[in-house]
Ligand binder design. Structure first.
Ligand code: HPA
Length: 294
């Protein structure tokens, strides 16, 4: 059923996977965290964990990227039941967007209300430094402009409406909360806010492409997250995205350095611990302020 490049998953597929998971675990997550490349550590702080390999979950795609573990971890962050995706799926791996976003609808059917997404991206904004954490204020769905959009095709009203608004895709309340958490943790110096642009990859951008993105108002560029956010917003989840700036995108023909995946993973390792602290504190705060309930 889930062969690469084919669409679409039926409501029954989503239901079957959800029921399978709910039969295997007594966890009933309210928050889902999608951990980006090399950021799987985010799940480590959870208590009472229960882990499933993607390959063992019916209909779940399997991640093929180094640094992506491919496990779904249920666990508690203080009093909040959470589910973590250690590793996620990308367009460049050959998956359809229906497969890339499959877990998001599973989260919705399991009762999740809030989805946090972390990923790595290249900094375009000249003020950004490597190691900065960018709160995603808004995004540009570049593949979506070209018809590579997870909501193309028949609309299932059980998930959401045909023409959803995306003008408030990234929760303002939650963005504010991250800024507060940053102050408390003493890491405001490297917390930024900006516009993220998704490209399909797998190559990093040419200089001309990077310059075009800068003119378009993008502060950073990466190869993930936007399809998941779009599907989450469509089905009524609240969303917050954090993007770790792992490299500076080349905007200048005289610059010799070239970005590579190893460098990206290295920076992720360097910031994984602080990101874990931010995410943990944020989830706790959401629980205290009931910000994750509508
Ligand atoms: N471009 C696209 N994706 C990325 C980058 C980049 O420079 N860095 C990390 N992911």
């Amino acid at each position: 059923m889930h062969t690469k490049g084919t669409c679409c998953c039926s409501f029954e597929d989503y239901k079957l996977t959800t029921e399978w998971l709910l039969n295997q675990t007594s966890h009933r997550p309210k928050v889902a965290v999608i951990c980006g490349s090399g950021l799987g550590l985010l799940a480590d702080g959870a208590a009472n964990k229960q882990t499933f390999k993607y390959q063992d979950i019916p209909h779940f795609p399997v991640s093929t990227v180094p640094g992506h573990e491919g496990r779904l971890v249920f666990g508690m962050i203080e009093d909040t039941p959470c589910v973590f995706m250690q590793g996620h799926f990308h367009l460049y791996e050959g998956y359809s967007l229906c497969q890339v976003t499959f877990p998001v609808r599973i989260f919705k059917l399991m009762g999740v209300e809030l989805m946090l997404v972390t990923n790595a991206s290249g900094g375009i904004c000249p003020d950004f430094k490597v190691g900065d954490i960018m709160i995603i204020k808004d995004h540009i769905n570049l593949p979506g402009f070209a018809g590579q959009h997870p909501l193309c095709g028949p609309n299932d009203e059980r998930f959401g409406i045909r023409f959803p608004s995306m003008s408030d895709a990234h929760s303002k309340d939650l963005r504010g909360l991250v800024l507060d958490v940053g102050v408390e943790l003493g890491c405001s110096d490297f917390i930024r806010e900006g516009v993220y642009c998704m490209v399909s990859g797998p190559n990093f951008e040419t200089i001309a492409e990077a310059r075009m993105l800068q003119v378009l108002g993008c502060d950073s560029v990466g190869m993930s997250m936007v399809p998941e956010v779009t599907v989450a917003k469509h089905c009524g989840l609240r969303v917050l995205g954090l993007s770790l700036i792992t490299n500076k995108v080349s905007l200048d023909y005289s610059r010799e350095e070239k970005v590579n995946h190893e460098e990206v993973l290295e920076i992720c390792k360097m910031r994984a611990e602080v990101l874990q602290k931010i995410v943990t504190k944020l989830i706790t705060r959401c629980q205290q302020q009931s910000i994750n309930t509508h």
